[in-house]
Design a binder for this molecule. Structure first.
Ligand code: PLP
Length: 408
């Protein structure tokens, strides 16, 4: 693994405490090439792959965090996104500016439990985050760390929820943000971005079209692009969902269902499991991870079923209420596919009517008024239970990633 030489203000030599973070090196998820974490980074300079933060746990984690005693110490801290600040990227650590992200409810799935014939089925309700979606977790980390490293002007393409979250955290940090979103994005989200002072461009087409538009603008104006996996720290925010599985349940579940677009949450949770193993909090066991997509745009499901290493971009993604899943191609495709296979997981595509029915069931039978992306996971779970892939006595966690309120 190629590592950068130790920068003069690295954690080992903190000449500049304002930017000294806890990340030792940023390694490419494809080719392992190392990058300096004390500079603003985008993707791998060698191969264009996504960069992952390495806290040097292989060379020894902080003693205070290790083993059962370390876990107990961390659990004694206030719950929330910054609870494990030693493995968060910001120099500010526990004092990182926050809107209250993280520590979302783990809801026992009400009547849905019996309806699906399950004994231990939980909904991790990410809609309870600031800005009504799990995108708050990633943006809290990415905007904070990038501001520490000197960024003041941001941009991103978004299916909607990420744009709203970026706008809120940019407002919190006094930064500027430009958001390109598909024209079909719900008016509530456009209003949210505007309320926080973001500049919005409505783009014809899907998120890939918005991505191409904003990349050109970023190059022209020098904006820092927060697009999925095109900077390393949204992943660091999202990984905390993986930690919270253990913190909430006292053990990892057997099965996790996650509605997958760009896959940052899924990749982040897999990273959290590896970090927890390095800390001696868990062994080598992992939940079986389930990637859920829509039948009209299922590049990861197709690649998983074909046994492929990479996912070809999906041509002409179909309209769906779950606009966060209308993502034709993912930069982290191989990380997602490797993670599904390494955990003996699977990938499921659900039809639009099943997704809408799943959303309705979660509202009526579990009291969670979920985003359609969460509803897609109910449909996928029903099908996996029917096939016997999920057993009645297994512990299952389904991620509801957003609030229905934003889809009005
Ligand atoms: C509500 C919701 N769920 C899931 C996703 C997909 O998330 P990811 O890109 O992390 O796979 C999105 C993305 O926009 C979303 O808004």
């Amino acid at each position: 693994m190629a590592r950068p030489s130790t920068p003069s203000n690295s954690p080992a030599n903190p000449a500049n405490p304002a930017v000294t973070g806890r990340v030792c090196v940023l390694n490419c998820g494809r080719c392992q090439h190392g990058h300096d974490p004390l500079e603003l980074q985008t993707v791998c300079s060698a191969c264009g792959g996504p960069l992952l933060a390495d806290y040097g746990l292989d060379e020894g984690a902080p003693d205070t965090l290790m083993g059962e005693a370390g876990l107990k110490r961390v659990l004694a801290r206030p719950a929330g996104q910054w609870r494990l600040h030693e493995l968060a990227p910001t120099a500010a650590g526990a004092a990182t500016p926050s809107l209250g992200e993280g520590a979302t409810p783990m809801v026992r799935a009400g009547r849905l439990l019996a309806e699906l014939g399950l004994e231990n089925f939980w909904i991790k309700d990410e809609a309870q985050n600031p800005t009504g979606s799990f995108k708050a977790r990633g943006m809290a980390a990415a905007v904070a760390r990038s501001v520490e490293l000197g960024a003041t002007q941001f941009c991103l393409p978004s299916a909607g929820n990420a744009g709203g979250a970026a706008a809120a955290y940019a407002a919190l940090h006094g930064a500027e943000v430009h958001v390109a979103i598909p024209r079909a994005t719900p008016a509530t989200i456009v209003a949210e971005c505007e309320a926080h002072g973001a500049e919005i461009t409505l783009v014809d087409g899907n998120i890939a079209d918005a991505g191409a538009h904003i990349a050109a603008q970023a190059a022209e104006h020098g904006w820092f692009n927060l697009a999925t996996l095109r900077e390393p720290y949204r992943l660091e925010g999202k990984k905390v969902m993986g930690y919270e599985l253990l913190w909430d349940l006292g053990r990892l579940p057997d099965v996790v269902l996650y509605p997958t677009g760009g896959g940052t949450g899924l990749i982040g949770m897999l990273k959290a499991f590896d970090e927890m193993q390095a800390l001696g909090w868990i062994g080598s066991q992992r939940p079986r991870m389930v990637c859920v997509q829509t039948a009209g745009c299922a590049p990861m499901v197709r690649a998983f079923e074909q046994g492929a290493q990479h996912a070809e971009a999906w041509q002409d993604p179909g309209e769906t209420a779950a606009f966060g899943l209308r993502v034709p191609g993912a930069l982290g495709d191989s990380l997602i596919l490797d993670g599904l296979r390494a955990t003996s997981g699977t990938a499921v595509a659900v039809a639009e009517d099943a997704l809408l029915a799943g959303t309705e069931r979660m509202a009526r039978e579990a009291g969670v008024w979920a985003s359609p992306e969460g509803g897609a996971c109910v449909a996928a779970l029903e099908s996996l239970v029917r096939q016997g892939w999920v057993k009645p006595d297994e512990t299952v966690v389904l991620f509801n990633t957003g609030s229905a309120l934003k889809y009005r």
